[in-house]
Design a protein. Structure first.
Length: 251
């Protein structure tokens, strides 16, 4: 049995993830400390304001059209979606009534999610740390189970060479060439990556899910808001409230 995982940030080019710098690379310095409400919703107002103040177009997603056409699915295949890729570490063949581990896991992502040496020196060190499964290391769980790991980076990534691309376990990594990866997939997981991809792309995310040719459902333990509040609209509302408050204070 085979698992396909697609991270929505695969379609969202950023310089920090290896994409072209563009005209305003300084607007993409987005360190992410977690996948909480602040990083998935609140912080995007400030980031959107940065683009508008620079008279720059809000960045969007690319390459979604026809994405699903290359893949082969089994008759029982289903798609599960959530906000964080951490949930992918908890998906096993048992969800479909199977046994054991996946034969292979194929990830389409701007990052490899196979653990980073900035956090742990080795796979053994991670196991002993009790650090658990998170969005950046969930593939370690499937390596532990015996699955072959494959990562396809988006075409907008200019190179495989990146300071953080040092996985803790063996994983095949290459730039996606648009071909069929081979196996028929029994389960598909898609994550929105709300801490990396902005709310103004949420409508595109919904359309991407609807284009999938298999049944789909939200992960039963996922808690999120979709679509998220429009950050530019929230900024306008706040400015209007501040103006009114100042007017009242000035009499």
């Amino acid at each position: 049995m085979h698992l396909l995982v697609v991270d929505w940030d695969y379609f969202f080019p950023t310089p920090d993830a290896g994409g072209p710098p563009g005209d305003h690379p300084e607007l993409y310095g987005w360190p992410v400390a977690g996948e909480d409400e602040f990083h998935t919703e609140v912080i995007w107002e400030k980031r959107a304001t940065g683009f508008t103040e620079a008279a720059a177009e809000l960045p969007g997603v690319q390459g979604t059209e026809g994405f699903w056409d290359r893949f082969t699915f089994t008759d029982r295949s289903v798609l599960v979606f959530a906000d964080s890729n951490a949930w992918a570490g908890q998906l096993w063949p048992s969800i479909l009534g199977g046994d054991g581990a996946w034969q292979s896991v194929h990830l389409y992502d701007a990052h490899h999610d196979a653990g980073y040496r900035v956090n742990h020196e080795s796979f053994e060190a991670w196991k002993q740390s009790g650090d658990g499964i998170r969005c950046e290391n969930w593939m370690l769980a499937h390596h532990w189970g015996g699955a072959e790991l494959h990562v396809r980076f988006p075409p907008w990534r200019q190179s495989l060479e990146h300071p953080t691309e040092h996985p803790l376990v063996p994983v095949t990594m290459r730039i996606d060439d648009g071909t069929n990866p081979g196996p028929a997939f029994d389960l598909v997981f898609v994550c929105r990556s709300g801490a990396w991809v902005p709310p103004w792309c949420d409508a595109d995310f919904s359309a991407f899910l609807e284009a999938a040719p298999i049944p789909r459902a939200v992960h039963p333990q996922n808690k999120w808001v979709h679509p998220r509040p429009d950050p530019l609209r929230m900024a306008d509302l706040k400015r209007d409230l501040y103006r009114r408050a100042r007017a009242v204070a000035d009499g």
